[in-house]
Design a protein around this ligand. Structure first.
Ligand SMILES: *Cc1c(COP(=O)(O)O)cnc(C)c1O
Length: 361
C-alpha cells in the first residue's frame, strides 16, 4: 500500500499532472460557483459551453492548428478512429496506403481493409518493429485516398522523426506523442489521438481534420463517426464526454503554463536522454529500439532473461516505480514517460536501475 503518489510508468491510462488532479479535486463538487460538478452539467449549459469553447481554443493555440483544420472530440478512442478514418476518407479512390510500424498501425490497416483496398507501404515486422523506415523506402501508391502512419509506436518504443510526404492527405495516429513536441498540423489531413496517454482520462479521441476533406464519407458511415456531421454539430451530435473535455482543458492549461510544446519538448528530451544514456552504458540492460528510431515517450528495454526482467519489474514496483512491464506481446520492460511524468521520476528509475545492475551482475 502506498500512502503517497508514486511514479506510474503505465503506457495508458497514465499519469496526469498533479496540479491538474488537485484543481479537478478542488472543483469537483462546485465548479466555478455553479453549485454542481462539471460531471453533472447539461452539455448545453452556459457553464459547460464555456469549458468546451475554452478547451478547443487552447488546443488550437497550443498545437498551432491553422484555420484550415477543425478540432473534434469523439468517443470510441483511437480505435474508433481506425474505422472513422477509413469510412470518412477511403471512398474517394477505394484505396489507402498504410505504414505498418507496430501493433496499432497494423490494427488500423486491418480495420481499413473492411472498407476498401489497403496497400502496405512498409512493414517493420521483419525486425520486430524496432525501427522506423526511411522516407525513401516507403512504396507509396499513386491513387491512395490517404496515407496513414502511427507517429509513435507505444508498444515497441519507436517514433517517427519526420512527417512522411505523400501525393495524398497524410493521416497520423498521434495517441502516444501528441502535445509532447511541436507538430506540423498543416502537413496532415487528419491527426487523431486517444486521449489517455498525454491528454486526459480515457474515453475520448481528439481529432484534427482538414476542412477540405469533409463530406467524402461512405454512405454507410455511422453518423457518430462522420467528421462532417461532427463538425456541423461542434462535436455535440450526441452527448459528448463532458468530463474528459473539462480534464483536457485543465491539462492544456498546464501545458501552456509549462511553456507550451517547446516546454514539453525540452522535458521529453531531458527524460528520454537520461534513460537512453543509462541504457547505452549499461552492461545488464539493453534498449530494444534502433538508435535513430527511439521513442522519447515509451522507452523499451530488457535484461538477458525474462526471469530477471520479471524480478526487475517486481522490485521496482516495491520502490514506487510501477507499471514497468513491457506490453504482453513483447515482454521485457517499458517506461512510458509522457508529459506528466516528473523528471524526478526518471531520475529515481535510473538510480534504481543502477542499483539493480550492481546487485544482479
Ligand atoms: C493506445 C493507443 C491506441 C489505442 O487507443 P484506444 O483509445 O484504446 O482505442 C491506438 N494507437 C496508439 C498509438 C496508441 O498508443
Amino acid at each position: 500500500m502506498f500512502t503517497q503518489r508514486i511514479y506510474n510508468f503505465s503506457a495508458g491510462p497514465s499519469m496526469l499532472p498533479l496540479p491538474v488532479l488537485e484543481r479537478a479535486a478542488a472543483e469537483m463538487t462546485n465548479y466555478a460557483g455553479s453549485g454542481m460538478s462539471v460531471m453533472e452539467m447539461s452539455h448545453r449549459s452556459k457553464a459547460f459551453k464555456a469549458v468546451f469553447d475554452e478547451t478547443k481554443a487552447l488546443m488550437r493555440e497550443i498545437l498551432s492548428v491553422p484555420d484550415t483544420h477543425e478540432i473534434l472530440f469523439m468517443q470510441g478512442g483511437a480505435t474508433g478512429q481506425f474505422a472513422a478514418v477509413a469510412m470518412n476518407l477511403m471512398g474517394v479512390t477505394g484505396r489507402a496506403d498504410y505504414a505498418v510500424t507496430g501493433n496499432f498501425s497494423s490494427l488500423a490497416a486491418k480495420e481499413a481493409r473492411k472498407y476498401g483496398e489497403v496497400h502496405i507501404v512498409c512493414d517493420t515486422s521483419d525486425k520486430n518493429h524496432t525501427y522506423i523506415p526511411r522516407e525513401a523506402d516507403l512504396t507509396l501508391s499513386p491513387d491512395a485516398a490517404y496515407l496513414h502512419y502511427c507517429a509513435n509506436n507505444t508498444i515497441y518504443g519507436t517514433e517517427w522523426d519526420y512527417v512522411p510526404a505523400a501525393p495524398c492527405p497524410v493521416v497520423a495516429d498521434m495517441s502516444s506523442n501528441i502535445l509532447s513536441k511541436p507538430v506540423d498540423v498543416a502537413a496532415h489531413g487528419v491527426i487523431y489521438a486517444g486521449v489517455q496517454k498525454n491528454m486526459a482520462p480515457a474515453g475520448m479521441a481528439a481529432v484534427i481534420v482538414e476542412k477540405s476533406l469533409l463530406g467524402r464519407e461512405m454512405p454507410i458511415t455511422p453518423t457518430i463517426l462522420s467528421y462532417k456531421t461532427m463538425v456541423e454539430k461542434d462535436s455535440m451530435y450526441n452527448t459528448p464526454p463532458t468530463y474528459n473535455i473539462y480534464m483536457l482543458g485543465l491539462v492544456l492549461q498546464w501545458v501552456k503554463e509549462m511553456g507550451g510544446l517547446a516546454g514539453m519538448e525540452e522535458l521529453r528530451e531531458l527524460r528520454a536522454g537520461m534513460l537512453y544514456d543509462f541504457l547505452d552504458n549499461s552492461s545488464l540492460f539493453t534498449g530494444c529500439a534502433e538508435r535513430g528510431s527511439r521513442s522519447k515517450m515509451n522507452v523499451t528495454f530488457r535484461t538477458a532473461s525474462p526471469e530477471l526482467d520479471a524480478k526487475f519489474v517486481k522490485e521496482a514496483a516495491s520502490q514506487g516505480l510501477v507499471s514497468l512491464g513491457g506490453h504482453r506481446i513483447v515482454g521485457g520492460m517499458r517506461a512510458s514517460i509522457y508529459n506528466a511524468m516528473p523528471v524526478e521520476g526518471v531520475r529515481k528509475l535510473v538510480a534504481f536501475m543502477e542499483k539493480f545492475e550492481l546487485e544482479n551482475k
